[in-house]
Design a binder for this molecule. Structure first.
Ligand code: SF4
Length: 402
């Protein structure tokens, strides 16, 4: 039985979402301009959510080798390989979960390489499979500062998405509908941020593992009233738990930050392991990646361009360092776990000295663990347990001696 009422509610929301997806339908990356597509009248489907589902349902390992056979390397994004492998094997977990015969057929595919170039390969593959138009947004990458020129460049590319979308759907984008969609998106993302911020309470009513489940609407239903209503209820529940100091991890002794991708196929194992150790993972870069403070319904395209270009994964090392330093302070974190995700170097931040720089800047202890978002061949239960237990023990001793 889920610990939170919001987790129960989420099941019916996702059922409604998947069962009601219909044409005209657009595919979009998780931090792509979904509001534009929704405002144009497309239903929107997110292949990354499907990739996470393949991981969480532990089906990924069955499909990844099929993508390897088709020429995709073993070290590239295991969302991509699991998703393409499943397609080539004519299977999807959406059949068992929601009765869908297949993943939904796109009329338009849109990606944004603000997160990685892998999405271009992945989405172009499906563009060919479905013989459907594919539009890419290619913003400047790894920025410390996001300038007006950067934003203008992305706005011009959003205009191209709109032009192609209008051709596909056969009618012009209504600017008022875009404003309204962005208003809903802003409200949803603001509530999501507040949900995450309830974990600032000591003890925290929420864990990173809860967050990886609760985040689904801000990804797949951003820009809808359903998303807003869901987070309003979830926030009320979590604020009430925080007010009563109800701990997500009973006896919380250590507070941790998770940097990097979730390990979808081992979420339960990891959550239980932290509970055993009385350690709560209170915050993460990942869950916060769908907090878009810059949205402004009165200035839709430039504000969306700013929000989607400023995401953590698209920033320079100094900006990332500053962000993490702030999170450590705000969430009163004792240690940071960096997940070195073997098939996603884009969302792995332990390889260029960031843990050490953070340690020097804040005194915070860090640990890097090996794993992967979907490909469990890169993950070892035993090794992870040993490393985490030792790390948490050190942090516990340190906090007791202070
Ligand atoms: S960011 Fe990583 S996990 Fe996400 S699509 Fe790109 S390579 Fe895959």
């Amino acid at each position: 039985m889920p610990r939170l009422n919001a987790q129960v509610k989420l099941k019916s929301i996702l059922r409604d979402y998947y069962e009601n997806l219909e044409a005209p339908l657009a595919w979009c990356t998780s931090a792509g301009p979904a509001e534009i597509l929704r405002a144009m009248g497309f239903d929107v489907y997110f292949p990354e959510n499907h990739g996470a589902l393949l991981g969480a349902s532990r089906k990924a390992l069955k499909y990844i080798p099929r993508a390897h056979q088709a020429g995709y390397a073993g070290e590239i994004c295991s969302y991509l390989t699991a998703d393409i492998g499943a397609w080539l094997m004519h299977e999807t977990p959406l059949t068992e979960a929601y009765g869908l015969p297949s993943i939904p057929r796109p009329d338009l595919i849109v990606f944004n390489t603000n997160q990685c170039r892998e999405v271009a390969e992945w989405f172009n593959f499906f563009g060919e499979e479905f013989d459907c138009p594919v539009v890419g947004v290619f913003p400047p990458r790894h920025l410390e500062e996001v300038t007006r020129a950067d934003i203008d460049q992305v706005v011009a590319q959003f205009r191209n998405v709109i032009a192609v979308g209008e051709e596909v759907i056969g009618k012009p984008l209504d600017p008022e509908r875009l404003k309204e969609t962005l208003r809903l998106s802003l409200e949803g993302t603001t509530l999501w941020k507040k949900v995450l911020e309830t974990a600032r309470n000591v003890p925290s009513p929420l864990t990173f593992f809860d967050g990886t489940i609760l985040m689904a609407p801000v990804v797949v239903l951003r820009g809808t009233q359903v998303c807003v209503d869901f987070y309003r209820e979830a926030l009320a529940e979590l604020e009430e738990l925080a007010a009563r100091d109800v701990a997500a991890v009973p006896g919380e002794q250590v507070r941790l930050y998770w940097e990097g991708m979730p390990i979808w196929g081992r979420l339960r194992f990891m959550a239980d392991l932290f509970v055993e150790q009385r350690a709560c993972v209170v915050a993460s870069t990942y869950c916060n990646s769908w907090v878009f403070d810059d949205f402004d319904p009165d200035d839709p395209l430039p504000s969306m361009a700013a929000a989607y270009t400023k995401i953590f994964i698209n920033r320079g090392e100094m900006t990332k360092l500053e962000y993490l330093r702030r999170m450590v302070e705000e969430y009163r974190v004792d240690g940071i776990i960096f997940h070195d995700s073997k098939t996603c170097f884009n969302n792995t931040n332990s390889r260029f000295g960031l843990p050490r720089k953070l340690q020097e800047a804040t005194g915070i202890e860090t640990l890097s663990i090996d794993g992967d978002l979907n490909d469990l061949r890169f993950f070892s239960d035993g090794q992870t347990r040993t490393r985490l237990e030792t790390f948490i023990e050190q942090l516990t001793m340190k906090s007791m001696s202070m």
